[in-house]
Design a protein around this ligand. Structure first.
Ligand SMILES: CC(C)(COP(=O)(O)OP(=O)(O)OC[C@H]1O[C@@H](n2cnc3c(N)ncnc32)[C@H](O)[C@@H]1OP(=O)(O)O)[C@@H](O)C(=O)NCCC(=O)NCCS
Length: 177
C-alpha cells in the first residue's frame, strides 16, 4: 500500500506523540539518561504535542491512516528542523529522505535558501543519512537534551546543497508518490 505525505493537523498530535515515543525508545538509549525512556515517556510526548506548534511546518508520512514518520521545522530566517522520526519498523525504506526533501521543497517555495538542524554527535546513522543528502557538518558543541549534557553537531544545507535537497523530485505532500 502506498505511503502518502501530507501536512500534519492538530488531530494528528496523539499519533505523532506515539511515534515520537516509539522512535526514542528504539534509538535514543545511547543518548539519553535511562529514566527518560521509562514508563512516562508516552505521556511526556503527549504533553509535548498537546500544545500544537501551529507556526511550525510539520509533514507526515502515512499509510492507510497509520502515521509512519514525521518531520517538523521551526520557521525563521534559517529554519531549523527540530524533529525527524520514522517508525522503527519502516526505517531504511526512503521515508526519511522523502520527508526531508519535501520539507525543504516547501520551505523553498516560501523563499527559504538554507536549512539547519542539530544532530547528536553519537547518532552516526542519522549523521550519515544527512551527509548523504548533502548536509555539511560543523564542529560539535556542548548542548543539553532534557537537561542531560550532550554534544551536538550542526548540519547545514545552503546554496547548491539546499537547492539540491529542495529540488523537485516528483513529490508534493498530499499527492500519491
Ligand atoms: C534518521 C532517520 C529519520 C532516517 O529515516 P529513514 O527512512 O530510515 O531514511 P532513508 O531510508 O531515507 O535512508 C536510510 C539511511 O538512514 C540511516 N539510518 C539511521 N538509522 C537507520 C536504521 N535503523 N535502519 C536503516 N537506516 C537507518 C542510514 O544512514 C541510512 O543510510 P545508509 O543507507 O547510507 O546507511 C530514521 O532512521 C530515524 O527515524 N532514526 C531515529 C530518529 C533520529 O535519529 N532522527 C534524527 C534526529 S536528528
Amino acid at each position: 500500500m502506498t505511503v502518502f505525505l501530507r501536512d500534519a493537523v492538530p488531530a494528528d498530535a496523539p499519533h505523532i506523540a506515539a511515534l515520537h515515543a516509539r522512535s526514542w525508545r528504539a534509538s535514543y538509549a545511547p543518548f539519553v539518561p535511562p529514566e527518560v525512556l521509562e514508563a512516562p515517556l508516552e505521556a511526556n510526548m503527549r504533553a509535548r504535542w498537546d500544545t500544537w506548534p501551529a507556526h511550525r511546518l510539520i509533514l507526515l508520512a502515512e499509510r492507510a491512516g497509520e502515521v509512519l514518520g514525521f518531520v517538523a521545522a521551526e520557521r525563521g530566517d534559517v529554519p531549523i528542523v527540530d524533529n525527524l522520526h520514522v517508525d522503527p519498523e519502516m526505517r531504511g525504506g526512503g521515508i526519511g529522505e522523502r520527508l526531508l526533501r519535501s520539507l525543504a521543497a516547501r520551505l523553498k517555495q516560501e523563499g527559504v535558501t538554507e536549512l539547519l538542524l542539530h544532530v547528536l554527535e553519537g547518532n552516526s546513522g542519522a549523521r550519515r543519512f544527512y551527509r548523504r543528502l548533502g548536509g555539511q557538518e560543523g564542529p560539535a558543541a556542548d548542548d543539553t537534551l532534557l537537561d542531560a549534557p550532550v554534544r551536538m553537531v550542526p548540519m547545514r544545507w545552503s546554496g547548491a546543497a539546499f537547492d539540491a535537497l529542495a529540488a523537485d523530485f516528483g513529490e508534493q505532500p498530499g499527492k500519491d508518490a
